[in-house]
Design a protein around this ligand. Sequence first.
Ligand code: FES
Length: 111
Amino acid sequence: MNTRYESAAAETLELAKLDDLPVGMGKTVRVRELELAVFRLADGTVRVIENRCPHKNGVLAEGLVSGSFVFCPLHDRKISLDDGMVQKPDTGCVRTFPISIRDGAVWLEWD
Ligand code: FES
């Protein structure tokens, strides 16, 4: 999936409607200069990370989700959706983004 949303408020940006986020799958969302991967987990919570693996730029929104981790679709590195850390024995990290959920949508808290 691939969607572009425009600004909705001063310092928050709507990323996706909750109804458009299948549980356990990622969605690519582009806002401003960022390409993000948005995940709705089995517990109903949502995580947002940058959409490129630090290894060789695998598209993380296309990865397999297990619990609060995503496995990169290219070489299977395991990345935490909570803090962006690549799990051992591999190394690296991806940026994570703070979000809020209101009015049936996911909002990026823009700094
Ligand atoms: S590009 Fe993600 S593990 Fe290689």
